[in-house]
Design a protein around this ligand. Sequence first.
Ligand code: ADP
Ligand code: ADP
Length: 237
Amino acid sequence: MLLKAENLQKQFGNTIVLKDISLEVNEGEVVAIIGPSGSGKSTLLRCLTQLEKVDKGRINVCGKQMVETIQNKAVYADYKTLHDIILDVGLVFQNFNLFPHYSVLKNIVDAQMNVLGIAKDKAKSKAMELLTKMNLKDRAGAYPCELSGGQQQRIAIARALALNPRILFFDEPTSALDPELTGEILKVIRSLAEEKMTMVIVTHEMSFAKDVADRVIFMDAGVIVEEGTPDAVFSNT
Ligand code: ADP
Ligand code: ADP
């Protein structure tokens, strides 16, 4: 098992956003998290990737304990452990989060040099390999603003993959895109699924969840109300 979260609770002020969430993700599995706006999907993803801290619960990522609850309070691992976890976890955001003043190539090369500490030449050849795979080899010298949203998101995916994550998280990866560009991203995610990349995808695109997910988690008001194969979940909704 690559990810195990138990009894996660999170509130902002008096608003309870995650009530008692437990979930597991196995190696090679694609899990889609769906549900109405405001149900807590994004907060859950942010808690699983440490962009946000839980109030209570336990999270284990790739065999390392990130959070546990001691005397009713969440206690986080020390910095070194968290740093190790960051090396295992990749993230793709809704708004791509590319550096606008860096070329496509530099976005991918710098991430590898900074996070993995590898040499520039090696980072460059890995970046070109991934750009080729994303069908964007000829845009290596372009700046993000010169690319379509779908192309920018494919660059963001290439950058995440360049860091060799064991698990890749997507937060609404297509919500800033037109329907035709959404299809481009779906194709990329489908091919990653075929390569058995472990992925957790928060999405409002039902077609996405139906098409690539092995398992669908349906959230509402901070709880998981349903969980199962796409066929099982969508036959009830
Ligand atoms: P979803 O991703 O399902 O749309 P979110 O996780 O974004 O849901 O939000 C769940 C609830 O938590 C919403 O009511 C939202 O306003 C609230 N919320 C999210 N982040 C914060 C925050 N940083 N501070 C206060 N409330 C927040
Ligand atoms: P998303 O649905 O992608 O989370 P939002 O517009 O709901 O987008 O939130 C954007 C950012 O604002 C997120 O970081 C979220 O955690 C935060 N946020 C959302 N709702 C609130 C809120 N009620 N108070 C403070 N911050 C919030």
